[in-house]
Design a protein around this ligand. Structure first.
Ligand code: ADP
Ligand code: MG
Length: 691
């Protein structure tokens, strides 16, 4: 149960005063559901203002705050002519306040002749004159409101302004309860950090590294603590020792030999399975390194020993691809495999549920639906999670009482995790690495080209398709809304259809499951030759005949995403090409990302660099936040603070608990429970008896 003290923080933003239905969409897009989400929505940058007594040419280029007398109204007679309002300072120096469009009428009312106003805005030079275009604040002398010397600029979405968001966040800060301190007092003192409430208020008032550090530390600390609690609980629980005898894997007829890395990893897994202490292992392997084979052999070991296995995929498409792939590999073997996703309903679903309960199904493949309440296994002993980005899901899974005993768990990820982050996200897991690609692969060649060469690009696609090969075409991510993503992709698909006809198909995130599957099936079967997509193809899809990947506006994608996308090609023996199309004016960081992609195919190097580039304060689009393990801590903060957070979490559990199961009992322990709930890492609390 969540402590009551957190109720105001978990209240819904929708229910706040003045939040109407019009804000619902933008708030949702920004992930701002609860009051605490507002509080943790940090400014991306700041506007600084200089209080000025007099107008001064030397201040051109600065944001100033100044007291002015309104002297004259001009222009605005036609909608296109700007309204120009002349105002003077105390010594009679003039500045023109310029307003375009309909703002003119409003400005005349706000700035009546002869009156004084406090004005702020960016001072510019216009010929010999000074001007401020659309001042960002106009305050009456008798109003108490004054523009701040520092104003936060928040990450935004369509339909909400930074100022409106600032107001909501301001409201949220008035609702903050004082929380008991969970950070070790000596640490707090040594760092000079303030308490939680003070730090959160500070983050929205000024650019305070100290406050941001404290709050990032909270997040890292909660992650470390949750992981330790889960690991401790796992260590105390008993699963089934799984000892496969090889009678099934011996029957597999593989068209290739396992790589050394696959063999080594399988041996590590077998070592874990043989223990009754449940396995908790992370398998990292770059795209194409052959994780599926490792998963298959792991699952077969369970079946050989008389148990069941389950494979969890993140999307419907991937679940279906795994299902048909494994079905093919297992044909002729006495193994019964089934699929279950949210889309399976009615009789088929009923019969699958029965097969799981009576043990006639050996291996179940599916999406998260396979761990829902209604799904009862006879003897689930091994669960494999594919392409897992977030640890929370697996934590919950481990602690679920689904299986008799606790299933052995293998989490597979193709997003290589830099060492620093690995400690933060998966520090309590054992880890294996598939650091060797199957032989005979030719590394993908990556080129960067400018968007102006679109026609050339389409010609190149034409030559590629004429050779009987297939290609992906990924359309740009548009920041503003999903709707425009789709529109862009549809438009591009239309254009390509004019040229290539029925060889082109479009797949996007808004499609219904069955529709999407049909398109993917067409591509896998080779009927569709050019697949135009929004990023739904990001994970997993395996089509060896596809050897050209085009990513439009590649500068808008994160490095990890680009690497994933590129991994969709280069799966056959022939040379594959990845064309990254860059937009016209791109920033330094985006250019650095593309350069890196051209230089290396090494996922680990890319991951390290990604962390560095992100760490340097680059604004992250909300799109990318899904694959970030932390919401507020930057890469740089993780590197700097993770060691401390890890030690602190260990010390807390050792000191106040002596390792007993009623952990988090003392006063700091109680406070620590609060931070676990605050960051929704409370899965670990369920492991405590006094929960
Ligand atoms: P990922 O690690 O990205 O999930 P997959 O398991 O999809 O990779 O494997 C990629 C491709 O490599 C598949 O076509 C698979 O059949 C093939 N493959 C897997 N292991 C080997 C191997 N040892 N030798 C050759 N090909 C392999
Ligand atoms: Mg895979």
């Amino acid at each position: 149960m969540r402590p009551d003290i957190l109720n105001p923080l978990f209240a819904e933003v929708r229910a706040m005063q003045g939040v109407g239905p019009k804000l619902a969409k933008p708030l949702e897009r920004l992930g701002l559901e609860r009051v605490k989400d507002l509080l943790y929505h940090f400014p991306a940058s700041w506007t600084y203002r200089k209080p000025a007594a007099l107008l001064d040419m030397d201040d051109v280029g600065q944001n100033i705050i100044i007291r002015l007398i309104i002297a004259e109204h001009r222009g605005g007679s036609s909608p296109r002519a700007p309204t120009r309002i002349f105002a003077s300072d105390a010594e009679g120096n003039y500045v023109t306040l310029t307003f375009f469009g309909r703002n003119g009428g409003w400005a005349r009312k706000q700035l009546p002749l002869g009156e004084e106003r406090i004005i702020s805005g960016k001072l510019e030079r216009y010929g010999d004159e000074l001007q401020i275009v659309h001042p960002d604040h106009i305050e009456r002398m008798d109003s108490g409101d004054r523009p701040g010397l520092a104003e936060p600029i928040y990450p935004l979405s369509d339909g909400i302004t930074s100022r409106r968001l600032g107001q909501l966040i301001g409201d949220a800060t008035t609702r903050m309860p004082a929380l008991p301190e969970w950070i070790e007092p000596s640490l707090l003192a040594a760092r000079g950090w303030s308490d939680w409430q003070t730090s959160l208020a500070a983050v929205h008032r000024q650019d305070s590294e100290m406050a941001r550090d404290r709050l990032a530390y909270d997040e890292l600390f909660s992650g470390q603590l949750a992981m330790r609690l889960v690991r401790r609980a796992m260590d105390r629980r008993v699963g089934a020792a799984v000892k496969g005898d090889g009678r099934l894997t011996g029957l597999l007829r593989l068209p290739f030999d396992l790589t050394g890395a696959q063999k080594r990893t399988i041996a590590e897994i077998e070592g874990d399975l043989a223990q009754s202490r449940p396995m908790l292992r992370l398998l990292q392997g770059d795209v194409g390194s052959g994780k599926t084979m490792v998963a298959l052999i792991t699952l077969l070991r369970a079946v050989e020993a008389g148990f069941q296995g389950a494979l969890l995929a993140p999307t419907e498409i991937l679940a279906r691809q795994h299902f048909s792939g494994l079905q093919r590999l297992l044909s002729g073997l006495p193994v019964n495999i089934a699929i279950l996703t949210g889309r399976d309903k009615g009789r088929a679903r009923e019969s699958t549920l029965m097969g799981l309960a009576d043990g006639s199904i050996d291996i179940l493949i599916g999406t998260h639906a396979i761990f829902q309440e209604a799904v009862q296994y006879k003897a689930l002993a091994v669960a494999v999670i594919d392409e897992q980005h977030r640890f929370g899901v697996s934590q919950r899974l481990m602690l679920s009482r689904k299986a008799k005993g606790v299933p052995h768990l293998l989490v597979m990820t193709a997003t290589p995790i830099p060492r620093t982050l690995a400690l933060a996200c998966y520090g309590e897991m054992d880890s294996s690495q598939l650091d060797e690609l199957p032989p005979g692969r030719t590394p993908v060649e990556t080129r960067v080209m400018s968007a102006e060469r679109l026609t050339e690009l389409i010609d190149a696609v034409g030559r590629h398709l004429a050779l009987g090969k297939q290609a992906f075409w990924v359309c740009p991510l548009v920041e503003e809304s999903e709707h425009s993503d789709l529109a862009a992709a549809q438009q591009r698909a239309e254009q390509l259809r004019l040229r290539f006809g029925d060889a082109v198909a479009l797949v996007h995130g808004r499609m219904k499951g069955a529709e999407k599957d049909a398109v993917m099936a067409g591509f896998i079967a080779g009927k569709t030759r050019l697949l135009v997509a929004t990023t739904v193809i990001e994970v997993g899809v395996d089509v060896p005949n596809a050897s050209l990947m085009i990513v439009e506006a590649a500068d808008r994608f994160g490095l990890a995403q680009l690497h994933q996308l590129r991994g969709r090609v280069g799966r056959g023996a022939e040379q594959s090409i990845c064309l990254l199309v860059r937009s016209a004016n791109i920033g330094e960081t985006a250019a650095a990302r593309l350069k890196l992609m051209r230089e290396t195919n090494d996922g680990f190097r890319i991951a390290e660099e990604d962390l560095k580039l992100r760490g340097s304060g680059e604004l992250l689009g909300t799109r990318q936040s899904g694959d970030r393990p932390f919401r507020i801590a930057t890469g740089e903060q993780v590197r700097r603070l993770i060691g401390m957070a890890s030690d602190d979490a260990r010390l807390l559990l050792e000191s106040e608990n002596g390792g007993d199961a009623d952990g988090l009992a003392g006063s700091r322990g109680q406070a620590a429970r609060i931070v676990l709930y605050l960051f929704e890492r409370d899965a670990g609390i369920a492991t405590l008896r006094s929960g």
